[in-house]
Design a protein around this ligand. Structure first.
Ligand code: ZN
Length: 120
């Protein structure tokens, strides 16, 4: 799994107004979720690409397209300022893998990547 967000800009949800209302110091918060069924903990700190810009590709040679991460089994690559998101999948990709890469296109990232030993 890999997200190569070449032009990443952090999406930080400022809670300035809320903090004014409750009188607490200004703070910022990044949305998180997980761990999911594959053990990933996600942070929404990337650019969300509109679904119209998602492009699905199936390839026999994942390394050719996802080679930045040596053990990647699939990947999502976002274009400049969220103009598109290319999802590269192996033949017969399981549903969770597709959903995983789609989540990257929605601006979510996670630390670490799936190891080959984790795949069945
Ligand atoms: Zn991933």
């Amino acid at each position: 799994m890999l997200v190569a967000d070449l032009h990443r800009s952090a999406v930080v949800r400022l809670l300035a107004l809320a903090s004014l209302l409750v009188g607490s110091p200004a703070c910022s918060k990044v949305e998180t979720s997980g761990p999911d069924a594959q053990g990933y903990t996600w942070r929404k700190d990337g650019v969300a690409v509109d679904k119209a810009g998602w492009r699905y590709h199936t390839t026999k040679d994942i390394f050719l397209h996802c080679g930045l991460e040596p053990n990647a089994q699939s990947c999502a690559l976002s274009g400049v300022a969220g103009t598109f998101c290319d999802i590269w999948l192996p033949l017969g990709a399981p549903a969770w893998m597709i959903a995983h890469e789609e989540k990257h296109c929605e601006g979510w990232t996670h630390p670490g990547h799936l190891k080959k030993s984790d795949l069945r």
